[in-house]
Design a protein around this ligand. Structure first.
Ligand code: BGC
Length: 902
């Protein structure tokens, strides 16, 4: 869109909003910047794009008055405004001169008439602020312990402190904070911000995120103090499985802290962490050791009351030492932080034993498996007495806590008391659990003694689904919980055992579902930067990102599905947001993946060469017929799976190249797509529609990826064969990770909705609802992570919280609810609910860039042959109603009620 930019810089005292004298309610529903959920501090963009949505239709000749008040510290505010057309309200290019480092912006938008008279109230004020753009803005150094630390991965953790003198109470103060390791900051004894696991996991060799905090209210005139807890985290903690890898990025912890203040008289001041002014000191703190997976040990006897307050005697603290890190690698985040969310109250608390000294051992059930942490009231303990908290996902059949499946990541916290009552929560460990065993609690443990909080990255909820079947609703809720549990800084496979890696295949399969559930743009595009960095470093898209060489996976090689995340994830984000920038940012990643794999194809276009490491392709990983100890032993040929995914990636990459204007690449990729598709058909399909692998996975991929679109008869036959296999299986699922997201879509695409519903609603093992009937509150890694006799799958890899199999929620949104984007950014979307499965009603909603789209349907009370449908179309988008027996109809903005024949 082109703005009629007519910037006028006015003095701040002038009114910046035209008073809404005669509003007829043409209000702005939401106003956001870039892909942030709301106000944003420390953003990386100098020209951030703005988005707003309308509460109702606006006249085409109306305009938008965009008003901006901007200010850099130490200078007077400036006000600017411009008028814009009403119809380009998503990712509107920046209309003013670029922001500079630290610049604050407060903006509103308001609908006005062609003659600039207000037609509605101005939006709520959106506030955003530039981060530190230039490497020379990073004046602080990373500082940490100056002593030789033990050669161990269980090191006693340090504190860092400093004191500062301020000449007056500041009117503005910012703390720019990051660390090599994890950090929590305190000012004058109070925690700064609400974030956890700061700065998050990035490939620290390339970049680290620096977070901006508004600390204006924390500072006083005169003496102030800042204190920093440091933790190992991903930087030097033991990462991953097979014994893990400690000190991968470095072995010395360091905090980077830059405090910048502004006084009422316009003067400014700053304090920078450093090792040379002798004002920054360090000492060992009460965290004896902490590992993200293993847990935290804390000894309250080592606390130093007042350590982050002014006047504390730190004469026996040591001067800090600098840890060098290239300031050019410090980034302003485009992602949101990890934070605590809602509280889980226990559903049961049971006394199950006692410690040697007679204190209780309690089993607490929080009713929900997820990533969470307990804050426990450590009351009535003598100095030196410890309370141990063990966290598990499930119980063994005999009722004891199941710790085997956690492997080394035992999720065990130990708190040792100093004799004073205190509330305590680990700082640098995170746990995936439903049950906690609390050992050594003095007295009776009650719900009031625990504050258990859910943790994950901050994301806006984008969509929901509700049906008349409580089992399906629980299945959907489980998919949401597994997503939340694993969207903690990076997209992980699982949140509990000694793994928690950014497995690329898991998110390749789950990304479209994730986008239905939450706005994941900032989160996943941030992770894609590391995928690219690791691709450059390792010469391929590694198995997991950030990549750490571990066990049999130490030497990355291209594997299908996992590597295809290089194309599928950016494409999903683009379809969801309509933002081509994500395609441009990931272009080299996507292109190089396509080019790399092109070199592994046989003459006929089939990917049957490489990888040549022990496991080979992972194929339809965790196919339920594969033995517990070898999840790659699937029924479907690995070459078939690899070629199908690659054909889809080539098709997507062709479209990406076209959108970005890379014409030569687009031609090359289109030719590759045609060759690979032809090779796939020739090698794996027969004229009668059957396939060389007569499996649900094979047919599902061929149909869902459009590989049979040029062979309509074969496609019909393949659909029939797939439906037949589903009927023969008696409703049991027979796909693993790769096939599962595509079985129901393929059945729907070929007109077999009855079989799709039969598969979805089966409760036989293996099936989605089998897990639900077994009491699952998250989606499991294996179809039978828990077996019908309640024993746990003996495989060494048995998690109860993996999101891959929850990818079925994509079909549930698109076909039970009936809401699906057909143009990037939901400009046009399809409304096509599939009435079936014994359901009497369903409803779904989705927060599109234009506002909320919704569908709700119910069997009509007064006519057994009719269905009542309500469709909500946000302003700026168009719905296409596409249901059998009803002529395709386009709906404009508004709420529409339709009666359809069943
Ligand atoms: C992870 C998976 C992952 C797989 C690949 C597992 O250990 O948990 O989700 O994709 O390994 O081999």
């Amino acid at each position: 869109m082109t703005g009629t930019a007519n910037d006028t810089t006015r003095h701040a005292s002038e009114p910046r909003i035209v008073p809404a004298t005669a509003t007829d309610g043409l209000d702005i529903a939401a106003f956001t910047v870039e892909h942030y959920p709301g106000d944003a501090l420390g953003i990386p963009a100098a020209r951030p794009r703005l988005n707003w949505t309308y509460a109702r239709e606006v006249p085409a000749d109306a305009q938008i008055l965009l008003t901006l008040t901007r200010r850099t510290p130490g200078s007077a505010p400036r006000e600017q405004h411009t008028y814009l057309p009403v119809d380009g309200n998503v990712l509107v290019p920046w209309q003013f001169e670029p922001l500079v480092s630290r610049e604050e912006a407060a903006a509103t938008v308001q609908v006005v008439s062609a003659s600039h008279q207000p037609l509605g109230a101005p939006s709520a004020t959106l506030r955003f602020e530039a981060g530190l753009f230039d490497e020379h803005d990073h004046v602080a150094d990373f500082v940490g312990p100056s002593w030789a630390e033990a050669e161990s991965d269980h090191r006693h953790l340090p504190l860092v402190r400093t004191e500062i003198e301020l000449k007056a109470v500041p009117v503005r103060a910012r703390l720019y904070l990051t660390a090599l390791g994890l950090v929590e900051a305190e000012i004058n004894g109070r925690k700064v911000g609400h974030d956890a696991l700061t700065p998050g996991w990035t490939n620290y060799d390339n970049r680290v995120e620096m977070w901006t905090y508004d600390v204006t209210d924390a500072l006083d005139a005169g003496a102030n103090a800042m204190g920093f807890w440091l933790g190992d985290g991903w930087y030097r903690g033991r990462l991953g499985f097979d014994g893990g890898y400690a000190n991968y990025y470095g072995d010395r912890l360091g905090v980077f802290a830059q405090l910048e203040v502004e006084y009422a008289d316009g003067t400014t001041d700053a304090v920078y962490s450093n090792s040379w002014d002798r004002r920054w000191k360090t000492a060992l703190g009460p965290i004896v050791c902490s590992d993200l997976c293993e847990g935290e040990r804390y000894d309250a006897r080592l606390e130093m009351p007042g350590w982050s307050e002014p006047g504390f005697d730190d004469s026996d603290w040591k001067p800090v030492a600098e840890v060098f890190y290239d300031p050019a690698r410090i980034e302003n985040p485009s992602v949101s932080p990890v934070r605590a969310h809602e509280r889980h109250d226990p559903v049961s608390i049971e006394l199950i034993g006692s410690t040697d000294d007679g204190r209780g051992v309690w089993l607490v059930d929080f009713g929900q498996n997820c990533t969470q942490r307990i804050r426990l009231n450590m009351r009535g303990l003598d100095a030196g007495q410890s309370v141990t908290l063990r966290h598990v996902e499930v119980l063994e059949p005999d009722g004891t806590i199941a710790t085997r499946t956690l492997r080394r990541g035992q999720q065990c916290d130990v708190y040792t008391s100093d004799g004073a009552d205190a509330w305590w929560e680990p700082r640098f460990a995170m746990h995936g659990f439903r049950y906690a065993q609390v050992e050594g609690f003095a007295g009776e443990l009650t719900a009031d003694d625990m504050d258990c909080r859910v943790y994950h990255s901050v994301m806006t909820r984008a969509g929901d689904l509700e049906t008349s079947d409580p089992l399906l609703d629980r299945l959907h809720a489980n998919a949401v919980w597994s997503m939340r549990s694993n969207f903690v800084s990076i997209p992980t496979d699982c949140p509990q055992r000694d793994e928690r890696m950014g497995w690329t295949g898991d998110i390749c399969l789950f990304a479209p579902t994730a986008a239905y559930l939450y706005d994941v743009h900032g989160f996943l595009s941030n992770w894609l930067k590391d995928v690219r960095a690791d691709q450059v470093k390792w010469g391929t898209v590694p198995f997991y990102v950030p990549f750490v060489p571990l066990g049999v996976w130490a030497h990355p090689q291209a594997i299908s599905t996992w590597g295809d995340s290089a194309v599928e994830v950016p494409w999903t984000l683009y379809m969801e947001s309509g933002d081509p920038q994500v395609l441009a940012d990931a272009w080299e990643l996507s292109r190089d993946w396509i080019d790399e794999v092109a070199g592994y194809l046989s003459e006929d276009g089939v990917w049957d060469r490489r990888p040549d490491y022990p496991l080979g392709q992972l194929g339809d990983w965790l196919d339920p017929t594969a033995p517990p100890e070898d999840p790659t032993q699937a029924m479907t040929e690995k070459e078939l799976v690899a070629t199908a995914f690659y054909a889809r990636s080539c098709a997507q990459a062709t479209r990406i190249a076209e959108i970005l204007g890379h014409e030569e690449d687009a031609r090359r990729f289109a030719a590759l797509r045609d060759k690979v598709t032809a090779g796939f058909l020739a090698r794996f399909t027969h004229l009668d529609g059957t396939m060389t692998s007569d499996t649900q996975c094979a047919y599902a991929l061929a149909i869902a990826f459009g590989l049979l679109d040029g062979e309509p008869v074969r496609k019909v036959k393949a659909g029939n064969r797939l439906a037949c296999l589903v009927r023969e299986s008696g409703g049991k699922v027979s796909t693993g990770f790769a096939g599962t997201p595509f079985v129901l879509p393929a059945l729907t695409m070929t007109g077999h909705n009855e079989e799709a519903y039969a598969l979805l609603t089966s409760t036989e093992c293996p099936s989605w609802l089998y897990q639900v009937t077994m009491g699952a509150t998250t989606t499991w890694e294996r179809w039978d992570s828990m077996r019908p006799d309640r024993s746990l799958n003996p495989g060494g890899m048995t998690s109860f919280n993996h999101y891959a199999l929850g990818s079925v929620a994509e079909w549930m949104h698109a076909h039970i609810g009936g809401l699906e984007a057909i143009e990037p950014g939901w400009k046009r979307f399809r409304v096509a609910p599939v009435v079936g499965g014994g359901l009497t009603h369903a409803s779904t909603s989705h927060l599109t860039p234009y506002g909320t789209a919704a569908v709700s349907w119910a069997l009509a009370d007064d006519d057994p042959a009719a269905v009542d449908l309500t469709v909500t179309v946000p302003v700026g988008a168009t719905a296409v109603v596409d249901v059998p027996g009803h002529e395709t109809e386009e709906l404009a903005a508004g709420v529409h009620r339709l009666r359809l024949a069943r």
